[in-house]
Design a protein. Sequence first.
Length: 301
Amino acid sequence: MELAMIGLGRMGANMAERLLRGGHRVHGFDPGAPAREQAASRGILIAQSLEETLAALPTPRVIWLMVPAGPVVDSTLDNLLPLLAPGDTVIDGGNSNYKETQRRGERLAQAGLHYVDCGTSGGVWGLAEGYSLMIGGEQAAVEALTPIFQTLAPAPDRGWGRVGPGGAGHFTKMIHNGIEYGMMQAFAEGFAIMQRKQEFGMDLQQVADIWRDGSVVRSWLLDLTADALRKNPSMAGIAPYVEDSGEGRWTVAEAIDLNVSAPVITMSLLERLRSRENDSFADKLLAAMRNEFGGHKIKQS
């Protein structure tokens, strides 16, 4: 198939290259000249504008967006819409909020366009290993894109699928990332406990490697944990500050809206927020309260 990749950051360029390796013809555009140059060196057919990109595509056209979630998606669609024609398909492969996806899908449907949301997991390893693709949209529109999804996935018959109508793909990816938060937090806490048990002098990377085979917690996430411990056993030079992409927050909010108890995901999100407090007022107040009711010693800063 022939398509355009709009947004040639690391993941977008990697996905475009995997498609090229699979025999697809990929045109690309990015507003940044360095990204365009880097993508061109990988064999992607680079255009200097959206107009030029779309003019090179056969109709009906397929456009894959790999741009940051939020206003950038809307501004990109604003620029694309005048250039599109009924029957064209736009795929959002980023981490958009599913409610925004539903709104955008309705907007494009009014213009006779197909809008497919594709929650994408695989990160920097996707080029070699393939991507997990959680797809939302009209059945016929998704089926028409099957060769693309089969190429990007780990295998043609696994790792991808249509999970529901428009918005369902990004909703599923949101929950996926919420679960990921909880799994990461559990591994981090467990290894922290072992690291603190100084009398055993444990080799944490060795433990991770043992667990990778036969253990009920074996997983790709554990493989990556073992690699991280191998490269930097003491985590030297790494600040205890953990970012969040926003999808964990959306997952917690959705759980509240649906009256579903999700304490592990919620606490893992709160721990990420806590990691950013270098000077916690709450912790200082807790120490002061203990001193007030029990005379417990306060450690001076």
